[in-house]
Every structure is written in C-alpha cells, then in structure tokens.
Design a protein around this ligand. Structure first.
Ligand code: NAD
Length: 494
C-alpha cells in the first residue's frame, strides 16, 4: 500500500478524529491494512491516521530494532497503534520488533479471542469460544541469552510477582466485563516450581477476590492437549508468555484459520492492535490473504478508543459476510462456502453489509471498553538471607569426582562444596555413572545448614580461591532464603 494514501487519511465519522499510528508492515501487511482501513472508513470511524514505516525496510536502513526514532516519537505522542505483521529477519544482530514494541511500551497483556464460526466455516469443534490472555513481557521473551561454554547455551526465564499479579488480575477483570464464567491458568509448575509456581500461586491468591468466577489450573501440556480435543471445557485462559504464544496459534487454527484471529496488546498507557498471524510471505502480493484478523483487531481498537458503536457495526457486517459464505481462500470450504473472495473483494463485501446483523452467529456488543487497566502493585520486602553460592564451571575434562576433588582445594572455612549438578542432575556426591554430562557444571557451596548466613566478602574469598586454582568459573548465582524459604531449586536427585 502507498503510505502516502494513509497519511492523507483523516476519517471523519462525526466525532473528533482520534489519532492512531498505523503501520502496514511487511508481506501481506499492506494488502490487509488497505482492506481494513477501507472498512473502517465506510463504517464511520473517526480516526486521524499517522502512518509509520516499520519492519524489513527499516531493518535494511540499518535500524537493528526495525523502527526509527521518528516513529517512536509518533507512537509516544498518539499511544494507540494499529499494526500489520512484520517479517523478522533471521540471524543475529537484529531484535524482534514485535517483542521490542510490546516490552518498551509496557504492553503487558495480550488478549487473543478464538471463536468457531461453524457451520459457515466448518471446524472440528463448533463450540470453540475461548479468550487467551497471554503475559506479554516476561518469561523467556526477556531475550537474555548467553553462551557459557563450548557446549552450553542459556536463555533466562524471568517471572516477576508484579508481572504475574498484573496479568492475572487483568484476566479476571476481563472475564467479569465480558461476562465470562471461568478463568483457567496453564503452567508447568511441577517442573519450574519457583517461576511457574509463582504464577500459579498468584493466580489462586487473586482468584479469591473474584468469587463469582470459577478458577482452575492445569499443567500446560495436558491443558493444551485438552484444548485441542475439547475446547468447550475452557472459557478464559491466562498463561505465561511462551505457552500463550503457542496456545493461541493452536486455538486460532482450531477456529478455522490462523488468518481469523485478532489480538490486542494492552498496557497502562499504550495499546497496540494486530492480527496474530505473521507476514505470510508465501501469499504476499497476491490479493488472497484474509484481512479478518487485522480487521477484528481494528474492531477491538475502536472499542478501546470509545467508538464501540462503529466496532459493533463492523463486527456484525463481518459476521453477515461469513454467514453469506463469502470467504477468502484460507476459510473457503467447498460445500459450505459460496464464493472465494480476494482480499479487497472480501472488504467490499463487508462494506456492502454494513448496517446488517447476523442471523445465527452471536452478535458482539462493545458497550464500554472491555480492556481493564491495571497498575503494577508494590510489594513489601521479604527478609533476605545469603546462605551460599552456585558457581558454574566450564570443564570438559574432569569426571564429577575429579572436579569435586579440585573444588575442595578451593573451599573455604565458611563455604563448603555440597553438591555438583550437570544439566540440573546431581552427579556428586553419589551420582550415577550413566548420567550424560557436558562441560558445564553447577557447583553449590554452602555454609553448613540451610539458614547459616554468609557474607559477600566470604563469597569473594571463595571466588578468589577458585581463581587461584585456575578453575574456569563462568557465572555465579547467589543462594538466598526469603523469609526463611529457599529461593533456589534443588538438584534433580538431591
Ligand atoms: P505466518 O502466520 O506468516 O504464516 C503461516 C501460514 O499461515 C502460511 O501458510 C500463511 O500463508 C498462512 N497465513 C497467515 N496469515 C494469513 C492470512 N491472513 N490469510 C491467509 N493465510 C494466512 O507465519 P510464518 O510463516 O511462520 O512467519 C512469517 C513471518 O512473519 C516471519 O518472519 C515471522 O517472524 C513473522 N511473524 C510476525 C508476526 C507479527 O508481526 N505479529 C507474528 C508471527 C510471525
């Protein structure tokens, strides 16, 4: 799409146009954006569109984040973004713009409704109607990765209490406003007891404040399997970032096409609306892409900025189009679809149906904004006690027993070697000879029993001794208790 066309576009739907930043994006982005904007305009939206260029072309100009400083300024001023998909260049040196936007703007909640439009788009589960609320800033998407040895690479999974509180509260508030009945939390707390365990703990703490909503939790693997097999068991699902990313693609695909699902990224001060799919380079430029995901995202945006009536009008016309069997190729099913429409033709069909209401599909109302705004909470500090240190060591040659002998030469009066693990499995003392080991060892030093406090000076003394004995330590993690509770995991087998 010609960006100049967008820049000239002020949609005057009868009220003061609301400034919105528009980024067409890459691949199919310009085609579906053009289709979407034509519907918004015809429906009577009042928007003052400010176009920005992001994605591939901007990466190529040398901006490793995929966005220029001027575009950031536009976003900071307008605060609401309608965004097409972008192609993330492969390889090092560049960062995903999507992740950068979400994190820089504090868009902590990613709301992804997935609904079946059966029988118009026949699907395996005609009663699919779930809203996935994905934490959007934390988890493995902190993007903190390190190569530590020849063999070992690490990605840090960060989960914070304020982050959990915010997304969980958001999910319950959203469920209330949208008159949903149940909120389910997916985690893997049987393995990640501290990080995912925190998410679940906070989930149940906050659920107690919402007695009218049912609350339950599932281990993420069985939860995803159940959703794929029996989605009617679920209503609103709240989950950490990576699981949410995976689950929403599964749910979108179950709804008939990945091209159907919208999403809203909500923060305290900013909001960004985009389809969940990518730039679909395989079909770009062919005028066959489904604009529905972006259009329904724009509908959510209209509700967010107080133009709920226009949002309803568009959503209804879109449903009539679906009921009339006018479908893009990805939704087209011979037997039930009536006409295979191209991207712009589909948009025209929606425009022609503005003012009509669906006969069977359930109408959506946008009276008031369904998106809660939740401020981060401030938490009281715990009593924190330093009781030891995990020293990570690069050593490709030693056996566990040999390494333990080496390390014992460095241990101090205060800090004694108590355990060595390799890839999380205890290999000393009393390891199994069958356990496969790499060149990356976690060596735990503690001062006697669990609650004996040590000082930073004593830690430095230990590290100095390791240095003196030519031990190649590549990272350390302090071992703390918080209000007497250990803030670290045991070794598997410990
Ligand atoms: P994709 O979603 O672009 O495509 C997956 C499949 O779905 C393809 O067969 C595609 O043709 C089809 N598809 C997607 N959207 C469609 C639509 N609207 N209508 C009809 N068919 C559609 O996923 P991908 O191929 O893994 O990723 C392509 C690029 O998009 C990558 O560079 C990826 O990083 C990027 N991406 C961007 C976003 C975003 O900007 N939010 C999200 C996901 C992926």
């Amino acid at each position: 799409m010609n960006l100049m066309n967008i820049s000239k576009r002020i949609m005057r739907g009868g009220i003061e146009p609301v400034p919105v930043v528009v980024a067409a994006g890459d691949g199919i982005g310009p085609e579906i954006m053009e289709a979407t904007l034509s519907i918004l305009e015809a429906a009577g939206a009042s928007l003052d569109l400010v176009p920005i260029e992001i994605g591939e072309s901007v990466y190529k100009q040398g901006y490793s984040s995929g966005i220029s400083p001027e575009s950031w300024e536009h976003i900071r001023e307008r605060k609401v973004i309608l965004k097409g998909p972008i192609t993330t260049p492969q390889g090092g040196g560049v960062k995903s713009l999507n992740v950068t936007l979400r994190k820089t703007l504090g868009l902590y909640a990613n709301v992804r409704p997935c609904i079946a439009y059966d029988p118009y788009i026949p699907v395996r589960h005609p009663h699919l109607d779930v809203v996935i609320i994905r934490e959007n800033e934390e988890d493995l998407y902190a993007g903190i990765e390190h190569r530590q040895t020849d063999q070992v690479f690490q990605c840090l999974k960060l989960i914070t209490r304020p982050g959990c509180e915010r997304i969980v509260r958001f999910a319950f508030e959203y469920a209330l406003r949208r008159k949903r009945k149940k909120v389910t939390c997916f985690v893997k707390d049987n393995i990640m007891k501290l990080t995912d365990g925190l998410f679940k703990k906070v989930f149940y703490e906050i659920s107690a404040e919402y007695p009218d909503l049912k609350a339950d939790s599932m281990i993420v693997d069985i939860g995803m399997a159940r959703l794929a097999n029996a989605p009617e068991l679920f209503d609103v699902i709240v989950l950490p970032n990576l699981y949410g990313d995976i689950l929403s693609d599964i749910a979108a695909e179950l709804s008939g096409s990945v091209g159907l699902a919208p999403s809203a990224n909500i923060g305290e001060n900013y909001a960004m609306f985009e389809a969940i799919h990518g730039s679909a380079p395989d079909i770009a430029g062919q005028n066959i892409a489904n604009p529905s995901g972006l259009l329904l995202s724009a509908v959510k945006m209209l509700a967010y900025i107080g133009q709920g009536q226009v949002a309803e009008r568009i959503h209804s016309a879109w449903m009539v189009t679906i009921e009339d069997g006018i479908h893009t190729a990805d939704m087209y099913r011979s037997g039930t679809s009536q006409h295979k429409a191209g991207t712009q033709e589909f948009a025209k069909a929606v425009i022609e149906r503005l003012g009509q209401n669906p006969s069977h599909l359930r109408r959506v109302t946008y009276a008031g904004d369904a998106m809660p705004r939740i401020s981060p909470s401030r938490l009281p500090k715990a009593s924190k006690n330093l009781i030891g240190i995990d020293v990570f060591i690069h050593d490709a040659d030693s056996t566990p027993d040999e390494l333990a002998d080496l390390l014992k030469r460095s241990q101090t009066d205060r800090l004694q070697l108590v355990m060595i693990t390799n890839r999380g499995v205890k290999v000393w003392p009393d390891g199994f000879p069958e356990t496969f080991t790499t060149d990356h060892w976690r060596c735990r030093f503690q001062a006697g029993s669990d609650d004996q406090t040590v000082t930073h000076a004593e830690i430095i003394e230990l590290l100095n001794a390791l240095h003196h004995h030519n031990i190649d330590f590549i990272k350390t993690e302090h071992l703390y208790t918080f209000d007497g509770v250990p803030g670290f995991s045991l070794g598997q087998g410990q």
